[in-house]
Design a protein. Structure first.
Ligand code: SF4
Ligand code: SF4
Ligand code: FES
Length: 253
């Protein structure tokens, strides 16, 4: 008989139908180098549970399949990570059951799919972009030094996946905390020679409600970031920058 892998998946039919929350188990044929997404694709082709019951196909999201877009983020065997880089042979080396559940810090859409809009809205809140007036010729922008590029590059690898928010105890239903990824983006854009022109606006957003003061410094975020972004360093750097702005910002007004 062909070797199989068991996936135990948390299901829910829609955001408001909490009574439909349940676990279902599926057995899929093992293939060398298979990952969680390819196992989910097999289930989609034939959505029949281990007990032989035909069910609705499991809903999830994935785009790049190479840990670049962040869309396939879910809780796999209790740990938040990307499904596309979760190799079955690594997460269940002895044929253990693989459990899949949606992230809990984002509104559920269905099954394993959540709505990460809050992260994109937070990027808007902190103006995570370089603002340029494209209506006339501005000439060359300020040069970016090699050192500046080297400091910025690791910060720029964020894929808005949500792992850090999922792991952060300060991100919850009772808090407005913006979370570590947006704070890191403020550091990134404030470092940029053109982005620095709007540094104070970004810092003031971080000084407002749900800002950097809500970080409890538990450091869970840096542990789970798949891109190894130095989130705790970014939080510390922005903490210093906001304090400086609070003390001396009035001089600049
Ligand atoms: S250091 Fe802790 S509280 Fe602060 S953002 Fe990271 S996980 Fe959240
Ligand atoms: S900082 Fe890391 S964990 Fe957080 S959203 Fe960006 S890539 Fe994901
Ligand atoms: S599909 Fe893009 S990160 Fe997994």
């Amino acid at each position: 008989m062909a070797k199989t892998v068991t996936l135990k998946i948390q299901r829910q039919d829609s955001a408001d139908r909490t009574e439909s929350r349940r676990w279902e188990e599926f057995a899929v044929e093992w293939h060398p180098s298979m990952n969680v997404i390819s196992a989910l694709m097999e289930i989609r082709k034939n959505p029949v549970t281990k007990e032989g019951k035909k069910v609705a196909p499991v809903v999830w999201e994935s785009v790049c399949l190479e840990e670049v877009c962040g869309s396939c983020t879910m809780v796999i065997n209790g740990k938040v990570r990307q499904a596309c880089t979760a190799l079955i042979d690594q997460i269940a080396p002895n044929g253990e059951t693989v459990t899949l559940a949606p992230m809990t810090k984002f509104p559920l859409v269905r099954d394993l799919l959540v709505d990460r809009s809050r992260m994109f809205n937070d990027l808007k809140k902190v103006k995570a972009w370089i603002q340029l007036d494209g209506t006339h010729e501005l000439g060359p922008g300020p040069r970016q030094s090699q050192e500046n590029q080297e400091e910025a590059y690791p910060l720029s690898r964020c894929m808005t996946c949500g792992c850090c928010l999922e792991a952060c105890p300060q991100v919850n239903d009772h808090s407005k905390f913006i979370g570590p990824s947006a704070i890191n983006q403020v550091r990134l854009f404030n470092l940029h020679p053109s982005g620095a022109m709007h540094a104070n606006e970004r810092l003031e957003t971080l000084m407002g409600e749900g800002g950097i003061a809500d970080c409890g410094k538990a450091q869970n975020c840096v542990e789970v970031c798949p891109k190894e972004i130095p989130l705790v360093d970014s939080i510390a750097a922005m903490g210093r920058a906001t304090t400086k702005h609070l003390l001396f910002g009035w001089l600049l007004k």
